[in-house]
Design a protein around this ligand. Structure first.
Ligand SMILES: NC(=O)c1ccc[n+]([C@@H]2O[C@H](COP(=O)([O-])OP(=O)(O)OC[C@H]3O[C@@H](n4cnc5c(N)ncnc54)[C@H](OP(=O)(O)O)[C@@H]3O)[C@@H](O)[C@H]2O)c1
Length: 225
């Protein structure tokens, strides 16, 4: 069902009904990508897709169950909470085989209301995704991009997006894609094991947001690119 979007991958957001998935879908839709909003509930997916399409008259936006989204998309972006990873991914192993799967998951918990980065046995959520989806080309990106900023089209993104993967070509493709978003500079952060740092620093950004009542992002200095 590739409609307009032409040479760009059709993006399927697994768990696309939450703020992060909706926000990324909105920005990629605005940048000319066609998107599928995935959900455990096809009705919820359709409702959010309809909502997004009102802001994206030039993009094709569809709502599907997560498994249909995984099957129809050229590339998947995981925007589910870490707690749902082990249950959500195994049934998607077949439809996501051979495809680029981008993990935006940051395992952060809030014991006593304070953000704490979880220690993940695999090293990072993205590495756990790779274990669940051994035949997919897993890339880690977007953890440090705040959903509120993504969802507000009147605000400039103004951020770096660090991208890591063990698959160099997949990493390059996601760097190109993230760079299509105005205000984003996408940088390679090397191998997938670096995802741990991207995921953990998200907890720090949440602390900063609370102190400064802000929606902080991430800029690396000293790299001319
Ligand atoms: N919020 C941010 O600013 C932000 C920034 C950077 C990265 N992230 C990361 O992006 C991911 C999504 O963040 P979010 O704030 O959008 O999360 P969320 O609202 O808690 O969850 C997103 C969607 O995932 C589905 N979901 C919820 N629990 C699930 C479970 N146990 N199993 C499977 N699916 C489940 C829900 O969709 P359905 O009920 O429709 O299936 C929900 O709408 C998280 O991993 C987060 O760490 C968030």
């Amino acid at each position: 069902m590739r409609l307009p979007g032409a040479d760009r991958p059709l993006l399927a957001f697994i768990g696309g009904t939450g703020p992060e998935g909706r926000g990324l879908a909105l920005r990629f839709g605005q940048a000319g990508y066609d998107v599928i909003v995935g959900s455990r509930s096809p009705e919820r997916a359709e409702s959010i897709a309809h909502e997004l399409s009102l802001s994206l008259p030039h993009a094709n936006v569809e709502g599907r169950s997560n498994d249909m989204a995984a099957a129809e998309g050229d590339m998947a972006i995981l925007t589910i909470p870490y707690a749902g990873l082990k249950e959500t991914l195994p049934p998607l192993e077949g439809p996501l085989r051979g495809k680029i799967v981008v993990s935006a998951i940051a395992p952060v918990e809030f014991p006593e209301g304070r953000p704490v980065a979880l220690r993940v046995e695999a090293g990072s959520a993205a590495q756990e995704v790779q274990t669940c989806l051994p035949k997919s080309r897993v890339v880690s990106a977007f953890q440090t991009v705040d959903a509120h900023v993504l969802g507000d089209l009147s605000s400039e993104l103004d951020t770096d997006v660090l991208v890591c993967s063990d698959d160099q070509e997949a990493r390059r493709e996601v760097i190109r894609m993230a760079g299509d978003l105005p205000g984003v500079r996408a940088l390679s952060a090397g191998r997938l094991s670096a995802s741990r740092y991207l995921e953990e620093v998200t907890a720090l950004l949440i602390v900063l947001n609370r102190i400064y009542k802000a929606h902080s992002g991430f800029r690396i200095t000293g790299i001319k690119y």
